[in-house]
Design a protein around this ligand. Structure first.
Ligand code: GLP
Length: 244
């Protein structure tokens, strides 16, 4: 779907999430959301906070799993996705803290595999992800699944592409401080979500959106693999749609 602005697109997705939460509340069931970080979902989270404050939308029946986190990183570091989620969303809504999950960037390296397997098991135990929100890197990455990631990949430790480190360098005081590794849900983890909504705003995303939607589905552009998902939608603004 193409909207005039990022705010319009974000509001529409917030409405979809609110409708899902309310439908589940009516039958006393939980909703499991897969969440993303980066600049892209900021308006969406601001709109969810507004719906909570102004319209009383409750998140007590919501369970969340975030896509990724830098590795290693302390949860209170400025660039940490754990911190981002608290500041942008969790601190401003009534979601129980134990319902929120963001990969832990402080796990000792030898325990990462175990942590990743537990993360997958927790998603399964919660009933699987109902709705996965994604952003997209300019190289087509989703989560931190860089080009070449396998469709069968699970939550794991990955090496960031140089282009990704450069794109995210603005968050750090210099390039050498950008972590070289990250923990990310795998493509298989993302594909198991019942529904996937990928957000993209701005003309700097227009080329990769075009390749993902109109190009052939290839692991060289991880987001293009979403063409094979049974219920996936791209929500973009007019600028990101320029090359379609
Ligand atoms: C980051 C994140 C992704 C995000 C993407 C785009 O590195 N790991 O989950 O979707 O890159 O970032 P942004 O939304 O800031 O453009």
């Amino acid at each position: 779907d193409i909207y005039p602005t990022a705010k319009d697109g974000s509001k529409a997705v917030a409405q979809e999430i609110a409708a899902l939460i309310k439908a589940r509340q009516a039958t006393n069931k939980n909703v499991v959301l897969g969440l993303a970080t980066g600049s892209t979902p900021k308006y969406l989270y601001a709109e969810l906070v507004r719906l909570h404050r102004e319209e009383g939308l409750s998140f007590k029946n919501v369970i969340t799993f975030n896509l990724d986190e830098y590795y290693p990183i302390e949860p209170d570091a400025l660039q940490s996705y754990n911190r981002f989620m608290k500041e942008q969303l969790f601190n401003h809504i009534d979601i129980p803290e134990e319902n929120t999950h963001v990969p832990d960037g402080t796990i000792p390296k030898e325990k990462v595999k175990e942590f990743a397997a537990e993360y997958e098991a927790k998603i399964e135990a919660a009933g699987g992800i109902d709705l996965q929100i994604l952003g997209i890197g300019t190289n087509g990455h989703i989560g931190f699944n860089e080009p070449g990631s396998a469709l069968t990949s699970h939550t794991r430790l990955v090496t960031l592409d140089n282009s990704t480190r450069m794109a995210n360098a603005f968050e750090f005081s210099n390039m050498s401080l950008v972590p070289r590794l990250a923990i990310t849900m795998g493509l298989n983890t993302i594909f198991k979500a019942k529904r996937v909504v990928l957000l993209a705003w701005g003309s700097h995303k227009s080329k990769i959106v075009q390749r993902s939607v109109e190009g052939h589905s290839s692991d060289q552009v991880p987001a293009s693999l979403l063409q094979q998902h049974s219920d996936c939608k791209f929500v973009i603004d007019e600028q990101a749609a320029e090359d379609l």
